[in-house]
Ligand binder design. Structure first.
Ligand SMILES: Cc1cc2nc3c(=O)[nH]c(=O)nc-3n(C[C@H](O)[C@H](O)[C@H](O)COP(=O)(O)OP(=O)(O)OC[C@H]3O[C@@H](n4cnc5c(N)ncnc54)[C@H](O)[C@@H]3O)c2cc1C
Length: 444
């Protein structure tokens, strides 16, 4: 008998980090299967004439060097991290904690409390209360939404500012999230470091992870889709394994079978349920929860900016006076390698309240030129991305996360369908990885 086989489905940030954690132990034979022709999922980029155009993430690490993502990626192995600085992975701070454009004027805050002078003094008092309050856990059957909760305590301007940030960060407005999730998300944001940019963009982290996987003997197979998961006994060749997994190379009609003793699925609950055979029983309440959870969409524009653009900085900039677009970042002010020399890359993000994507794109474009006074003189649109269906902004809306364990021993999920309470984006994904990996280790 060789080492137990751990099979990771999907090479998103959740899949690669869990694979790296298992591979570093050297106790498992680790393989990652990815159906796309590139690794990294929604956390990498493609080069377009020197602009590093994201496949999803706008090159932001929300909580910088103090959040769960930094602990996981840069933390020492003794403390449960992957220590990827050995492979050149690093995070560069943004120039500001946050900015906003209001009435055509740019406001910039160096740190979390630098935003407070923009709002009435009562907001400062109430924010201190909010931050000192013990973080609330989710309440079953909670009825109050985040906007109602905040509007009772803060000025309209402050709520609008935070709500635009939420639109930019999680593609949802506060009224679409339970109050406790919003409270926890704000606490995490204000308590943490300023956002950082991964050196070399998101791909800098993915490249570091791939080096680490290679160093530890793990394989990443691209253009290979997992089509079915059966009990190991289903095939002679996998009878000594817990699972028999169908894998299909792109362009082939049929699958071949490989054995696995543990599976970590990074492609979201609906995709896992689709490939699980009827031999496995999933509780009805979980199937129902999955069926009732809608992935969240979004739209993002990329602009090429002239070097002398009036906004010289990489801080997340929210646009509270417009409805669709939450804000933008210019990450090349922290890492110039993200744009060609003498230019900058600006990336916007907006939520999508209707199913008419074409009209949402048009509205977003109009709003951007309306809210950013210098955009028409200094910017040129490079491309626009719409994120939906199997490539969304969030596989589960913030505050409606799904369980990592669907009740089948040896199978777990990672990724943005299973973030921890109140942790957003990759911070939420990372805060679950160690638990999942530890559970898998116990089960095989
Ligand atoms: C527009 C946008 C902007 C964002 N900005 C930021 C940001 O700046 N900072 C931040 O922290 N977060 C950001 N996010 C969120 C972040 O990018 C995602 O939450 C994160 O990348 C998702 O990672 P994941 O682990 O869920 O895997 P995913 O990226 O979803 O990857 C899963 C992979 O699994 C593969 N897969 C699925 N099913 C199968 C199968 N059956 N067989 C083989 N492979 C399969 C898929 O092809 C995919 O590559 C943003 C997201 C979007 C869309």
């Amino acid at each position: 008998m060789g080492r137990p086989k751990a099979l990771i489905i999907g090479s998103g940030i959740g899949g690669l980090t869990s694979a790296a954690m298992l591979a570093q132990t050297k106790d498992y034979d680790v393989s990652v299967y990815e159906r796309m022709s590139f690794a990294g999922g929604r956390f990498t980029q493609h080069d377009h004439d020197g602009f590093q155009i994201p496949t999803g993430a706008v090159h932001m690490i929300p909580h910088g060097k103090k959040g769960p993502f930094a602990n996981l990626i840069l933390g020492s192995r003794k403390r449960g991290g992957l220590d990827l600085s050995r492979h050149g992975v690093d995070f560069i701070p943004t120039t500001n904690f946050a900015c906003q454009i209001k009435g055509g004027r740019l406001y910039q805050a160096k740190n979390a409390f630098g935003v407070l002078p923009w709002f009435p003094i009562s907001d400062m008092v109430n924010l201190t209360r909010l931050l000192s309050k013990r973080a609330k856990m989710p309440i079953v059957g909670e009825t109050e939404n985040g906007k109602t909760w905040l509007s009772k305590r803060f000025s309209k301007e402050f709520v609008n500012f935070l709500d635009s940030f939420s639109n930019f960060a999680v593609s949802l407005r506060f009224e679409q999230m339970p109050a406790t999730s919003v409270i926890r998300m704000l606490q995490n944001s204000f308590w943490s470091d300023k956002p950082h940019i991964p050196k070399g963009g998101c791909k800098g982290v993915i490249d570091g992870l791939r080096k680490d996987l290679k160093e530890n003997g793990a394989r990443v197979k691209l253009s290979t889709e997992i089509t079915e998961i059966l009990p190991g006994s289903a095939e002679e060749s996998t009878k000594d394994n817990e699972f028999c997994v169908g894998i299909r190379r792109r362009g082939r009609d049929s699958s071949i079978w490989v054995g696995a003793d543990a599976i970590i699925h990074n492609g979201g609950h609906p995709n896992l349920l689709k490939v699980l055979s009827d031999d496995f029983e999933v509780k009805e309440e979980i199937t129902e929860q999955v069926n009732n959870t809608q992935a969240v969409g979004g739209i993002g524009f990329c602009f090429a900016l002239k070097e002398n653009v009036p906004h010289q900085g990489s801080g997340v900039t929210v646009l509270p006076e417009i409805d669709r677009v939450g804000g933008y970042v210019i990450p090349s002010f922290s890492d110039p390698s993200l744009a060609p020399q003498g230019q900058h890359l600006m990336i916007t993000h907006q939520y999508v309240p209707s199913s008419d994507v074409k009209s949402e794109i048009e509205k977003g474009r109009e709003e951007l030129y309306e809210a950013i006074p210098w955009l028409s003189d200094y910017g040129e649109e490079i491309c626009v991305h719409s994120y939906h269906r199997n490539w969304p902004c969030n596989r589960a809306p913030q505050g409606s996360e799904l369980p990592a364990d669907i009740g089948i021993e040896g199978i777990r999920l990672v990724g943005d369908g299973v973030k921890s309470h109140g942790w957003m984006m990759i911070e939420g994904i990372s805060s679950n990885i160690s638990n999942v990996v530890n559970e898998i280790k116990k089960e095989i």
